[in-house]
Design a binder for this molecule. Structure first.
Ligand code: TLP
Length: 344
């Protein structure tokens, strides 16, 4: 039997419509800017987030890195969350490849950076200090539980950034989950930011790729940095074709993933010993008390034996992610697997 794979929404497979679109995509050499399908994807992506231009990139990690390299020069400082993906999970690329000094501020439980912390961290014009250049937000926030930031909050950070002449970048790997969960247009979440990366290859099911969006001038620079990083692709329209299908047909259905995450969390809450976070989007995080004699590796192994794949994010803490490949019967089966394991 096919395992029920709840490790991440990155495991999603391209849909039939994507495979067809890929097979017949009109392509050209994108380093010359001549791939019509890539160009169409970039225009569509920019429109979806209300920016002038977009750049198709191989991954969210590269999209974020390019943005940071365009915003900051060597020795300049970016303000990032201490639980952000950029800080924790991108191999330190900003510092290794950009010489960018990172200042980590505590992510609040809701994924935000406190405005007072941001304000206090902005450096004065002092000969000793690195120049503060950039603020980075993440929406939805992965480590903090797949939680979303509101348009009001993002506007407040945008105002602060503008007041101090800073740029604002959004790691919106799951931007459309944040928009759908709040019943709003993604543009409400991106209007205040200078640049945004979002992923096509997570809940939206495209096999590869993310898009970095911003002003025309910003994207012109970003295109050069992508080339420098070796991310200039050729007949990439084959991949972009799936991205177009993702943006045209896969956004609204994210609500189904959110509903199943809630159902899963509600079911897990019934089980003694499990401490389940309230899911905000498509991620369910839980830990457990001493009455359950398993560490995370053992619990994951037990689940695997029952056909359920899960991932740990910390000692005695597991993340389950719902996505297009997970249907109602998978949720029922997952809850049965937990009951079987925990009733032993
Ligand atoms: N997240 C992956 C893993 O890297 C942990 C996952 O399974 O959640 N920003 C955020 C908020 C992300 O969650 C991710 C991927 C990225 C950026 C990077 O995207 P890719 O994997 O396309 O480089």
């Amino acid at each position: 039997m096919k395992p029920i794979d709840l490790r991440s929404d990155t495991v999603t497979q391209p849909t039939e419509a994507m495979r067809r679109a890929m097979a017949y995509a009109e392509v050209g050499d994108d380093v010359y800017g001549e791939d019509p399908t890539v160009n169409r994807l970039q225009e569509l992506a920019a429109e979806k987030v209300g920016k002038e231009a977009g750049l198709f990139v191989p991954s969210g990690t590269m999209g974020n890195l390019i943005a940071l390299l365009v915003h900051c020069r060597r020795g300049e400082e970016m303000l990032v969350g201490n639980r952000s993906h950029i800080f924790l999970s991108e191999r330190g690329g900003a510092s290794a490849l950009g010489g960018i000094h990172s200042r980590q501020l505590p992510n609040q439980p809701d994924g935000s950076l406190a405005l007072s912390d941001l304000q206090a961290a902005i450096r004065p014009d002092d000969i000793h200090d690195p120049v503060t250049r950039l603020i980075c937000l993440e929406n939805t926030h992965n480590e903090c539980g797949g939680v979303y930031q509101s348009p009001q909050y993002v506007h407040q950070v945008g105002e602060l950034a503008r007041r101090y002449g800073l740029s604002l970048h959004l790691d919106g790997a799951r931007l459309f989950n944040a928009a759908v969960a709040q019943g709003i247009d993604a543009r409400e979440l991106t209007a205040p930011v200078d640049s945004v990366t979002f992923c096509l290859s997570k809940g939206l099911c495209a096999p590869v790729g993310s898009v970095l969006c911003g002003s025309r001038a910003f994207i012109a620079e970003a295109r050069k940095v992508r080339k420098m990083l070796g991310g200039g692709m050729r007949q990439a329209g084959i991949l972009a074709a799936a991205g177009i299908v993702a943006l045209e047909t896969m956004i609204d259905r994210l609500a189904e993933d959110h509903a199943r995450a809630r159902w899963l969390a509600d079911g897990l809450k019934q089980l003694p010993g499990l401490l389940v976070d309230e899911p905000a989007t498509n991620m369910v995080f839980f830990s457990w008390d001493e009455s359950i004699p398993y560490d995370e590796r053992r619990l994951i192994a037990e689940l695997r034996a029952q056909g359920v794949l899960a991932g740990s994010v910390a000692p005695r803490r597991i993340r389950l992610v719902t996505h297009y490949g997970i249907d109602d019967s998978d949720i029922e089966q997952t809850l049965r697997a937990f009951r079987a394991i925990l009733s032993r």
